[in-house]
Ligand binder design. Structure first.
Ligand SMILES: [Zn+2]
Length: 292
């Protein structure tokens, strides 16, 4: 599943496991467990590894019931998710990004009971992946003050990330404003219409959108061409931040499912920073209900 279980990442992960449990138990040597298992080969072994630590913990404190101490539970991730949303709303994008990346990097440690929870964990990966990609693009956009074309493109792609409605409105408002300033009125009008379709509760958002539409109606054209066609469905490459339109070849991250241009194959996924792009994988194992 995850190349993260390789080399230094493995060491880091195991150290984290050990740190959480507070014992030296697994006796891992490099990539191999003490039993000679190559953890990078099989996600079920990682799961077994989690369970082993769990069992050890139980044996060490037989009277302690409930979930294993090492395992991050789902409600902790929920809290992090809410913190990420809150920071996004406040425009604190670097902070928000830290929360979302932390969720992606914590999920491999999670152990849940039921199939339903497994589905929730998988859903959470997808939700968070969209935010990480979107915020990475938005932070990149802010660095590119001398490149208005690229700024418009990144702002446009951000609106295609699956975000909570208030955040989608912010992305649309932003893209509309950036394109309007660059005199790309036709594209700005597209974002204005999208924004109005969300029925923004904030009157100033609706007002701005109507003003942009009025201005665009008098002069419906773009001054500079953009690599952006909203009529043609696409996903955004997590590394080059360019659109991959339907029918174009791409490769995906086996863990977070981010898409990439084919040249990114075998590179570390820049969204989750855990898995190898294009690697063949069986998926995250976080519950015995998946193994039984
Ligand atoms: Zn990934």
């Amino acid at each position: 599943m995850l190349k993260m279980i390789e080399a230094t990442s493995l060491q880091d992960m195991i150290e984290l496991l050990l740190w959480k449990v507070g014992v030296q138990y697994l006796g891992l040597d490099g990539e191999k467990s003490s039993d000679g298992f190559d953890l990078s080969a099989d996600p079920q072994l990682l799961y077994a590894c989690k369970v082993d630590v769990w069992r050890y913990k139980r044996e060490a404190s037989p009277n302690v019931r409930g979930p294993p101490a090492l395992v991050c539970n789902f409600s902790q991730l929920e809290e992090k998710l809410q913190a990420g949303y809150k920071a996004t709303t406040a425009g604190k994008f670097s902070e928000a990004l830290r929360h979302f990346v932390a969720i992606l990097q914590t999920i491999p440690f999670i152990v849940v009971e039921s199939r339903r929870e497994v589905d929730e964990v998988k859903e959470l990966i997808i939700i968070v992946k969209e935010y990480v990609l979107g915020l990475q693009m938005e932070l990149k956009r802010k660095e590119l003050t001398d490149n208005p074309v690229r700024q418009q493109e990144l702002a446009a792609y951000f609106t295609h990330c699956k975000l909570q409605l208030p955040h989608r409105r912010l992305a649309l408002l932003n893209a509309m404003t950036v394109c309007y300033k660059a005199q790309n009125l036709s594209t700005a009008a597209h974002f204005a219409r999208e924004l109005l379709e969300t029925n923004p509760a904030a009157e100033n958002q609706a007002k701005k959108a109507r003003q942009v539409l009025q201005a665009a109606e008098r002069n419906m054209r773009d001054v500079t061409p953009l690599n952006y066609d909203f009529r043609n469905p696409f996903v955004v490459c997590g590394s080059t931040y360019t659109p991959l339109y339907r029918g174009q070849k791409d490769v995906t991250c086996p863990y977070c499912s981010a898409h990439f241009v084919p040249s990114q194959k075998e590179q570390l996924c820049t969204v989750c920073e855990l898995a190898e792009v294009g690697a063949d994988a069986s998926g995250l194992v976080c519950s015995t209900s998946q193994i039984r």
